[in-house]
Design a protein around this ligand. Structure first.
Ligand code: XMP
Length: 522
């Protein structure tokens, strides 16, 4: 296991990803000071807060100190204790982490003559194990205002750049490594190799694999749950589906899965989910509640009101089911590691704010929540799904909002509009898949504008809806750029939609980034 200690930098979650890519288990925590309080400067602290004694108890094979916005020489900046470097455990300090290591071990860090932000070329000037098989000259990502001016005793410089004479340094005997640049960011061309080398230096066995995760998790769940009753709310998304299948393998018939079809899912989605879960030995309940939702949504046009109605109605439907099921011992949540670490700073993981599971614990009679995926990143959840033989179309499903197509239909939601947007979206997804560009896109879907316009079809005039196509590139869904989809692909999609979907005579492409627009339309 490699432990990442967070000092508040913006790329820190990526560090854990890079370690996990090497099949090494990795946890992210924020280190508390000797009074057990988290430094107030680490505003974005990830994971739970732990003190130095807990760090030792974890017995990590390696420790990574992350970047962060502070300056080590300022009063009250967060610093690791000196003893951390005497544990005989390899330590990699990145950016602020490198400076913190230097400072604590009596080297000197000061404001740099030139603040660096962006791509820079570095030159490796030693045969450091950290840079084994790394090109001598390569591009790295820099983002720093301070730099290391003099090194602690027994450290030597291992890489330099034009404006940063100590771009990397190390005490090879003690296996302490400092890098000023960010190897976790993909702009650092040799970054992945650097993490792989660090993992080797730590002597990690690289056996964190999804097949072993799945096996171990199933047996752990069996032991924990015994003959207890378990309830799982299925949304049809990747996380809750993988969680449900894990549970079904562990407890079979003691598991009840409730899948509420609010009628606002993508085309065929409800059927696909049912098809998958029919194959498992569990109590699967599909609730067809589409009519109920449509009635509640009749005449409502305000986006927030629509969201609220869908969320509330979902809870009402689930409440009715829960009454029938009665008390259960465990409630399953599809929480994943980014949810856990983003909830941050010692707070326990928040129940997902996802509307379709968020309200449940209030009224479901249960003793304990189980979150079987809370240690996995999204792509690891997908991998676990593949190990569990879930179909690829479910495993690689893109994110889908809880309120579903309700927020992709501008204005009032009607059965006619749902059908239009489902059919158009299915065509769009099919063509994107055929063009082989799906893996590059963060999210892509069709929405129904509330606009009708004049068109001509055959000899007749039409007055029909306009479909809007959206495709975005994003890593975090907080910001996004509109994707530049090949014109031929868009052309094919537009032709097919106007020809195959009744009620549509115009197709528009949304070129707006987020901000100022959002990814969804409402
Ligand atoms: P926006 O539209 O805010 O969306 O740019 C960002 C991401 O969040 C998803 N989204 C939701 N997911 N419940 C969810 O579970 C919701 O109410 C919801 N609203 C937006 C959206 O699909 C995108 O991935």
């Amino acid at each position: 296991m490699i432990l990442v200690l967070d000092f508040g930098g913006q790329y820190n979650q990526l560090i854990a990803r890079r370690v996990r890519e090497n099949n090494v288990y990795c946890e992210v925590h924020t280190l508390t000071d000797e009074k057990n309080s988290v430094d107030k400067n680490i505003k974005s602290g990830l994971g739970t807060a732990i003190n130095f004694s807990a760090v030792k108890d974890l017995k990590p094979e390696g420790i990574i100190l992350t970047g962060g916005p502070q300056s080590v020489y300022e009063k009250n900046s967060a610093l690791p204790p000196k003893e951390l470097f005497e544990l005989n455990i390899p330590v990699l300090g990145i950016c602020y982490g490198a400076q913190a290591m230097t400072h604590v071990l009596n080297g000197e860090v000061k404001p740099a003559e030139v603040k660096e932000y962006g791509k820079t070329e570095v030159e490796i000037i030693s045969d450091s194990k950290l840079f084994s098989n790394v090109e001598k000259n390569s591009i790295v990502w820099m983002s720093h205002g301070d730099r290391i001016f003099s090194l602690p005793e027994n450290f030597s410089v291992t890489a330099k750049s034009e404006s940063c004479p100590i771009a990397a340094a190390e005490n090879s005997e003690k296996k302490l490594f400092a890098v000023q640049f960010h190897p976790e960011v993909l702009h650092t061309v040799e970054g992945k190799k650097i993490f792989s080398n660090f993992v080797d230096i730590c002597g990690c066995s690289r056996d964190w694999k999804m097949d072993s995760f799945v096996e171990e998790k199933i047996s752990e769940l069996k032991n924990k749950i015994g003959g207890g009753k378990v309830l799982c709310a299925l949304s049809g998304g990747v996380d809750s589906s993988v969680a449900a299948v894990l549970l079904s393998k562990a407890v079979g018939k003691n598991l009840t899965c409730v899948f509420v079809d609010h009628g606002l899912l993508r085309k065929n989605e409800a059927v696909e989910v049912e098809e998958v879960f029919k194959n498992y030995d569990l109590n699967f309940m599909k609730i067809d509640a589409g009519e109920r939702f449509l009635q509640k949504l009749a005449g409502v046009t305000d986006p927030e009101r629509k969201r609220k109605i869908i969320g509330e109605e979902f809870i009402r439907v689930f409440e009715d089911v829960a009454k029938k099921i009665g008390a259960v011992d465990f409630l399953v949540q599809g929480t994943i590691y980014p949810d856990v670490i983003e909830s941050g700073l010692g707070k326990s993981a928040v129940i997902k704010s996802h509307h379709n599971v968020g309200g449940l614990p209030d009224f479901v009679d249960f003793k304990e929540i189980i979150e079987p995926l809370r240690l996995l990143f999204k792509d690891e959840v997908r991998q676990a799904g593949r190990e569990l033989n879930l179909p690829e179309n479910l495993v690689s499903r893109q994110p889908f909002p809880g309120p579903g197509l309700g927020i992709r239909i501008i204005g009032e939601v009607t059965a006619e509009k749902i059908k239009i947007v489902q059919d158009a979206d299915a065509i769009y997804r099919e063509e994107i898949f055929k063009a082989g560009i799906a893996p590059e896109l963060g999210q892509y879907f069709a929405a129904l504008s509330n606009m009708r316009s004049v068109g001509v079809m055959g000899d007749g005039r039409t007055y029909d809806y306009a479909i809007v196509l959206r495709a975005v590139l994003t890593n975090d869904f907080m910001t996004a750029d509109a994707a530049q989809i090949d014109w031929n692909v868009l052309n094919t999609v537009a032709n097919r939609i106007v020809n195959e979907v009744k009620g549509v005579n115009r197709v528009l492409y949304d070129c707006t980034s987020k901000p100022p627009a959002t990814i969804e339309f409402e």
